[in-house]
Design a protein around this ligand. Structure first.
Ligand code: FES
Length: 63
């Protein structure tokens, strides 16, 4: 059985999609996510960082 690999996909004008096994920890070291796929904010406008909340649709940014 092939083990699942972690994959990262840059979505043009949007978030970074992460799928496969991974862990995200907050500033205090506590795990805040371990199931994929998740979408990580690249635009800086999300109110739910590090996750994308769709704010990039109202705040266009360049790659
Ligand atoms: S990339 Fe979606 S809110 Fe920032």
């Amino acid at each position: 059985m092939e083990s699942e690999k972690t994959q990262f996909q840059v979505i043009e004008g949007g978030p970074l999609k992460v799928s496969g096994p991974f862990k995200i920890s907050g500033p205090d070291g506590a795990i805040i996510s371990r199931e994929g796929p998740v979408y990580l904010c690249r635009c800086g406008h999300s109110t739910d960082k590090p996750f994308c909340d769709g704010s990039h649709k109202r705040n266009v940014f360049s790659e």
